[in-house]
Write a protein that binds this ligand. Structure first.
Ligand code: PGA
Length: 252
């Protein structure tokens, strides 16, 4: 049985003070979240040491929203996976649609980043998802399977034993327009069956999260779907009460 996982993607928000108070509020409400639900937060990476320290004695995992595909060297402005591990990160989100669309990350770069995250003994959360145009064209399945295939080709299916996938339809991110539970389930099932072609056990065990306008009010019905194992939450993860309620709703 797969456990449920809810990860907060704080994006480029907050200050040292607001990050601390958000974490303190999460810690205060943590007892109300059923034990079986795994929880992660991805603050801006400069606040990762602070977050890792504040979360050290809790079950909240901490991670980064992005990392360099390179191990070290003359890459001005980049942060290596090994550095994130050194700061206490547990996981790294790779291939978020904002990285793909705004910073030109190709499938090949995303695959390199996935490999780099694992090489640093961190867990990758691989994001895939189609744009509105692609959905309208009826090529959602092709798009998400191609995004997954690029990583599978680079690292092999065994690497997915210690990875998480997040399906995030681009048209649902930050728009308030979420995929219906049925729409999301369809893509989740597709991703799982695609992986199963290469390894049934890994496909059955991997957590596939849904992301895109997840809120307290819609999380339960989304996460109740058989192939949806939790959520990758943006906006709603910046409010402790909302995020804790989503975590609690994940236990179904
Ligand atoms: P959202 O973001 O919940 O604000 O739509 C989700 C994400 O980008 O991971």
């Amino acid at each position: 049985m797969r456990s449920k996982l809810v990860v907060g993607n704080w994006k480029m928000h907050g200050t040292r003070e607001s990050c601390s108070s958000l974490i303190l509020a999460l810690k205060q409400g943590l007892d109300g979240v059923p034990e079986g639900v795994e929880i992660g937060i991805a603050p801006p990476s400069v606040y990762l040491p602070l977050a890792a320290k504040l979360c050290a004695d809790t079950r909240i995992q901490t991670g980064a929203q992005n990392a360099s595909q390179f191990e070290q060297g003359a890459y001005t402005g980049e942060v290596a996976c090994g550095m994130l591990a050194d700061l206490g990160a547990d996981f790294v989100i790779v291939g978020h649609s904002e990285r793909r669309a705004l910073f030109g990350e190709s499938d090949a770069v995303v695959a390199e980043k996935f490999a780099a995250v694992q090489a640093a003994s961190l867990q990758p959360i691989l994001c895939v998802g189609e744009t509105l145009e692609q959905r309208k064209e009826g090529i959602t399945a092709d798009v998400v399977m191609a995004q997954l295939a690029a990583v599978l080709e680079r690292v092999g299916v065994a690497a997915f034993e210690n990875a998480v996938i997040a399906y995030e339809p681009v048209w649902a991110i930050g728009t308030g327009e979420k995929a219906s539970p049925e729409q999301a389930q369809e893509v989740h099932a597709l991703l799982r069956s695609d992986l199963a072609k290469q390894d049934k056990e890994i496909a059955a065990a991997i957590q596939i999260l849904y992301g895109g306008s997840v809120k307290e009010s819609n999380s339960a019905e989304l996460i109740a779907q058989p192939d949806i194992d939790g959520g990758l939450v943006g906006g709603a993860s910046l409010e402790a009460e909302q995020f804790l309620a989503i975590c609690t709703n994940a236990d179904n």
